[in-house]
Ligand binder design. Structure first.
Ligand code: CP
Ligand code: NVA
Length: 306
């Protein structure tokens, strides 16, 4: 049995296999074919933070595979009132076939997974957002961008950045990250990614200069400046991130026809301009839709490993 907590635990071949299964299922869905690969299975979904895409894609995804989802907000279950993670894990995993968790501390899902009898999926922690990267890479494949991509991430060094570093290190495409001073990526994860990247040939660089990161990039991406849980820092961050908005002038520095990705939700006028987001809305909303397809691939793959 495998858990999906971070891309670090997966090989390049496994990541690509999961995405391939997702693409197959997507093709079937577009042709009106539904295969009940997870018939009668239940996915428990624990949400300690808000979500639009993650909730809708997992809930719809398991249903389309013949199963059922339980939305478990921490306001409604005893976890939110102090029932220990290890007890919650043993109870929920004795009844559900898979569990997806969105929470704050990454150590919470690690602890949950260590007590769980069924696969646990990371639906976002403060440290990583790996399911988003499955959808992002699926989108890159569909748009004909692969290992030769040069991805520029401009913004906060956060869970998305950490996940991009792991994906780049595993798959071998180049990644350039520009963050303002004081908002750099996690040093340990950077070091780990650089070690893994030696095997794949990926070049990962970090800088405080967005122009250096974007120059000749084939993909430009960003994320909110204030992640969930950092709402109190929002005003300060808006000041500190001055000069980091991905706007048309910034996009001009990237390769001609460079694509823009955003995991969403997007804050127009902050990390991205209205014009860049709307100008790339086709790929950005394909990326969002691919959450559904990639995660169906993931759930089918995890079920096969049981
Ligand atoms: N990108 C993403 O995970 O979106 P939600 O927060 O809406 O789930
Ligand atoms: N970094 C963002 C991603 C949202 C999908 C957050 O954690 O809020």
């Amino acid at each position: 049995m495998r858990h999906f907590l971070t891309l670090k635990d997966f090989t390049k071949d496994e990541i690509l296999e999961i995405i391939d299964i997702g693409l197959e299922i997507k093709k079937d869905l577009k042709n009106g074919i539904y295969k009940d690969e997870l018939k009668k299975q239940t996915l428990g979904m624990i949400f300690e933070k808000s979500s639009t895409r993650t909730r809708v894609s997992f809930e719809t995804g398991i249903f389309q595979l013949g199963g059922h989802a339980l939305f478990l907000s921490n306001r409604d279950i005893h976890l939110g009132r102090g029932e220990p993670v290890k007890d919650t894990a043993r109870v929920i995993s004795s009844m559900c076939d898979m569990v997806m968790i969105r929470t704050f501390k990454h150590s919470m899902i690690e602890e949950f997974a260590s007590y769980s009898k069924v696969p646990v999926i990371n639906g976002l922690t403060d440290t990583y957002h790996p399911v988003q990267l499955l959808a992002d890479y699926m989108t890159m494949i569909e748009y004909g961008i692969d290992e030769n991509a040069v991805v520029a991430y401009v913004g906060d060094g956060n869970n998305m950045t950490n996940s991009w570093m792991m994906l780049s290190a595993k798959l071998g495409f180049d990644l350039r990250i520009a963050t303002p001073k004081g908002y750099e990526v996690d040093g340990d994860i950077l070091e780990e990614s650089l070690k893994i990247a030696k095997g794949s040939g990926a070049k990962i660089i970090v800088t405080n200069d967005p122009k250096e990161a974007i120059h000749n990039a084939t993909i430009v991406t960003t994320d909110t400046w204030a992640s969930m849980g950092q709402e109190d820092e929002k005003e300060q961050r808006i000041k500190d991130f001055k000069g980091f908005m991905v706007d048309d002038l910034m996009m001009c520095l990237a390769k001609k026809n460079a694509k823009f990705l955003h995991c969403l939700p997007a804050y127009r006028g902050q990390e991205v301009s209205e014009s860049v987001l709307e100008g790339h809305s086709k790929i950005v909303f394909d990326e969002a839709e691919n959450r559904l397809h990639a995660q169906k691939g993931l759930m089918v793959w995890l079920n096969k490993q049981k």
